[in-house]
Design a protein around this ligand. Structure first.
Ligand code: DOR
Ligand code: ZN
Length: 372
């Protein structure tokens, strides 16, 4: 249960659901991020550090160039992630493998045996950043999907169709009828996560479906509708995929995230690109939210009067679905304004964080000792 703290500096009086003044604080079981892009090479340490400051665990997406398709590649990538962390860090990366037309049942068994891979990730070919190796037709993956269903390995979905005539704002809703429903008919016990949902259709589908399906929701899709991409001009740092949608979709996502259903949990989709590839004539999709993700979720839950449900969304539902233990450490969030930096180091370049230069309402103060 989430706990509130009046004044951590002096008496750490913890109590649930306490109504506090404007200096409101909240102690949570340490949250996890079930959808991150860490990239690789000289930017890795900068990106991993940002997430590890906020979260205890993260599920790492495999869309590197070339993609992470085998258990051996995932183990090697995980080792690079761990070696980019300070030696006293307790942060745990969990890995995904990139589903391709060539993923075999044997590769699924290897993934399960590796002990570090929690899921495969479906990118429909051409759907987003580095998805050219993505699946061209799910019929090519039947043996792998059947094995995942047998082994209880999760399939994470980038839920968008990619037809050249499919309107970009309709791609997620079309994915449900064209891909998701047939997939679930064929593999009813396959454990699924509909990633970074952006629409009322996806939220209500996941809320009502029979069987093992959950969804992640990003901070940007809770905070902004599509107007934000065009506010006073073209705003590339608000461009991600699936793209921001209309206001009624955002409201449906807020209802899903703050409503307490265990089917919805935190996944930021933090996706850094160097500034020059965002502010370009063909800018990359992705919002770098890792720096202040938890604070942004807190702002949304606070505005809904639902802070008491933040901990379940951020720290429990995802771990429960993935069959991992809940966190044993805690973090403290305080309602204290902070200014988001204009830019952060990204290897030899820089990355612009979500809401760069703007003031947000909450601040993550860091870990706190468990009290009982
Ligand atoms: O905006 C996005 N960026 N959406 C994705 O699906 C991929 C991600 C990336 O890797 O940059
Ligand atoms: Zn992603």
């Amino acid at each position: 249960m989430a706990q509130t703290v009046d004044d951590l500096g002096s008496d750490c009086s913890l109590g649930s659901d306490r109504s506090l003044g404007s200096d409101r604080s909240l102690v949570l079981d340490r949250p996890d991020d079930w959808h991150v892009h860490f990239r690789d090479g000289d930017v890795l340490a900068d990106v991993v550090t940002a997430t590890a400051r906020q979260f205890g665990r993260a599920l790492v997406m495999p869309n590197l160039k070339p993609p992470v398709t085998s258990a051996d590649q995932a183990l090697a990538y995980r080792a690079r992630i761990l070696s980019s962390l300070p030696s006293d860090s307790t942060f745990e990366p969990w890995m995904t493998l990139y589903l391709t037309d060539r993923t075999s049942a044997e590769m699924v068994r290897d993934a399960k045996r590796s002990g570090c891979v929690l899921a495969f990730k479906l990118y429909p070919a051409g759907a987003t950043t580095n998805s050219d190796s993505g699946v061209t037709d799910l019929r090519n993956c039947r043996a792998a999907l059947a094995e995942m269903e047998r082994q209880g390995v999760v399939l994470c979905l980038h839920g968008e169709v990619t037809g050249p005539h499919d309107d970009i704002f309709d791609r997620e809703a079309l994915f449900i009828s064209r891909v998701l429903q047939p997939l679930r008919q064929d593999f009813p016990a396959l454990r699924l996560v509909f990633e970074h949902i952006t629409t009322e259709e996806a939220a209500s589908y996941v809320a009502q479906a029979d069987g093992p399906i959950c969804a992640t929701i990003t901070p940007q899709h809770l905070l902004f509708n599509r107007n934000r991409m065009f506010q006073g001009g073209l705003r590339p740092h608000f461009y991600c995929l699936p793209v921001l949608k209309r206001e009624h979709h955002r409201l449906a996502l807020i209802k899903a995230a703050t409503g307490g259903s265990p089917r919805f949990f935190l996944g930021t989709d933090t996706a850094p690109h160097p500034r020059h590839l965002k502010e370009a004539d063909c800018g990359c999709a992705g919002c770098f939210s890792a720096l202040t993700a938890l604070e942004l979720y807190a702002q949304v839950f606070d505005q809904q009067g639902a802070l008491h449900r933040l901990e379940a969304f951020a720290s429990h539902h995802g771990a429960d679905f993935y069959g991992l233990p809940r966190a044993r450490s805690k973090v403290l969030l305080r309602r204290r304004p902070q200014r988001v930096p204009q830019a952060c180091r990204f290897g030899s370049e820089e990355v612009v964080p979500l809401l760069a230069g703007e003031t947000i309402e909450w601040t993550l103060e860091g870990p706190v000792a468990a009290q009982d």
